[in-house]
Design a protein around this ligand. Structure first.
Ligand SMILES: [Zn+2]
Ligand SMILES: [Zn+2]
Length: 337
C-alpha cells in the first residue's frame, strides 16, 4: 500500500488516529505527535477553536431569543406573532452558521496539503466517514495534480477502499465523475479497478465481513461484462451460505407470541450472528439482481437456496447499521493481499 501523503512511496505504518497509511518519513514526523499524521495534528489544533466558536454562536442565538421578549414585551400589549418570528430566527441562524462553519473547518484541515496529498487524504477520510465534503474535496484537488499517472497505484488502492467501505455514500454517477477527474475513459477505469481490486474485494468481503461491498463489486462485474468473475463471486456466496447458522440468528430476531412482538434473546448478539446477519442482509438487498443473473446462467438451484434462506429473515430497518455492527472492532480499514 502507498503512503497517503507521499503516494509514490510504500507505506510502512499508519496514523494512530485516522489510520491513513504512512511512509517511513511520515512515521518519523508523527512520532513526537502521539503518532498523529499531519492532518490529524492540524485537526486537533483547530478543533478547540472550532468548538468555542460553535458554543459562542449557540449562545448568541439564545441571547437573541431572550432579546425578542424584551423588545416586543407582550405583557405590555406587544404582538406575540412578531415576538415569536423574531425569536425563532435566533436558533435558526445559529444552526445555519454552525453548518457553514463545519464546511469551512473541513476545508481548513486539508488546506495546507499539496493537491495530490489532499486528493488521497480526502478519499481516505471519505472511505472512513462517508462525508460528502471529503468526496468533493478529493475531486476538486485532482484537477491540480501535476502528473497524475505517477500515482496510479495509490489511486486504485484508495478508490477500491472507497468502493468497499462506502457503497451507500457514493453518488450514483461516481464512475463518470472520478474517471473524468482522473483523465481516463470510464471503461478503462472500471476495468483497471476490477483487475486491481478483484482479490482485495474477495478478501475483504468474505474474510473481513465487508458484505456491503458485494453491491459495488457486482456493479463493476456487470459494467465490465465479466460473467466469469460474476460466477466466481456466486460460488463464494454459495460456499459462505453453508456456514450461516439460521437457527442461531432466529433466536435473536424479534418474533410474535400471541400478537405481541417479543425479543427473545436480549443479550448482546455474538459476533458470529452479527456477521451472518450482515451477509444475509446484503443478499436481500441484491435479491433481484441475483435472480436475474442466476436465471440467465441456469443456476436456478442456487437461486432457490438463496431465496429460501432470505425468506426467513426480515430486512433490518437500517441495513447500514447491520453492516457496521458486523465489523470486528478495529477493522475499519482493509486487508491487502
Ligand atoms: Zn491521521
Ligand atoms: Zn509519507
Amino acid at each position: 500500500m502507498k503512503c497517503c501523503y507521499h503516494p509514490d512511496q510504500e507505506a510502512e505504518g499508519s496514523c494512530a488516529y485516522c489510520a491513513v497509511p504512512l511512509c517511513k518519513t511520515c512515521l518519523v514526523d508523527a512520532k513526537p505527535n502521539n503518532g498523529y499524521c499531519l492532518t490529524c495534528l492540524r485537526q486537533k489544533q483547530f478543533a478547540r477553536t472550532f468548538n468555542y466558536l460553535r458554543l459562542f454562536v449557540w449562545f448568541a442565538g439564545i441571547a437573541w431569543m431572550i432579546l425578542a421578549y424584551f423588545i416586543f414585551e407582550p405583557t405590555q400589549g406587544g404582538d406575540w406573532s412578531y415576538a415569536l418570528a423574531f425569536s425563532v430566527l435566533g436558533p435558526v441562524v445559529a444552526v445555519i452558521i454552525n453548518r457553514l462553519m463545519f464546511h469551512v473547518f473541513i476545508r481548513l484541515i486539508l488546506s495546507n496539503l499539496k493537491p495530490q496529498q489532499k486528493f488521497f487524504v480526502a478519499f481516505f477520510r471519505f472511505s472512513l466517514t462517508g462525508k460528502k465534503n471529503f468526496y468533493s474535496q478529493a475531486l476538486n484537488a485532482i484537477n491540480q495534480v501535476p502528473n497524475p499517472e505517477v500515482y496510479k497505484d495509490a489511486f486504485y488502492e484508495r478508490f477500491i477502499a472507497v468502493l468497499i467501505l462506502q457503497p451507500f455514500a457514493l453518488p450514483a454517477n461516481w464512475s463518470a465523475n472520478v474517471s473524468k477527474a482522473w483523465k481516463l475513459s470510464e471503461e478503462e477505469m472500471l476495468l483497471e479497478l476490477l483487475t486491481y481490486g478483484r482479490e482485495i474485494f474477495l478478501i475483504n468481503i468474505f474474510k473481513n465481513h465487508h458484505y456491503q461491498a458485494i453491491t459495488t463489486f457486482i456493479e463493476l462485474l456487470k459494467r465490465t461484462a465479466r460473467k466469469d468473475l460474476y460466477n466466481e463471486l456466486i460460488d463464494s456466496i454459495m460456499a459462505r451460505l453453508e456456514h450461516v447458522d439460521l437457527e442461531e440468528i432466529k433466536r435473536y430476531q424479534p418474533h410474535k407470541v400471541a400478537n405481541r412482538i417479543v425479543l427473545q434473546a436480549k443479550q448482546q448478539e455474538p459476533q458470529k450472528v452479527l456477521v451472518d446477519k450482515a451477509f444475509l442482509t446484503e443478499l436481500k438487498l441484491i435479491e433481484e439482481e441475483l435472480e436475474t443473473f442466476l436465471m440467465k446462467e441456469n443456476r436456478l438451484k442456487d437461486w432457490r437456496e438463496i431465496a429460501e434462506i432470505s425468506k426467513q429473515l426480515q430486512l433490518p430497518m437500517i441495513p447500514k447499521a447491520t453492516f457496521e455492527a458486523a465489523r470486528y472492532p478495529g477493522i475499519n480499514h482493509l486487508s491487502w493481499p
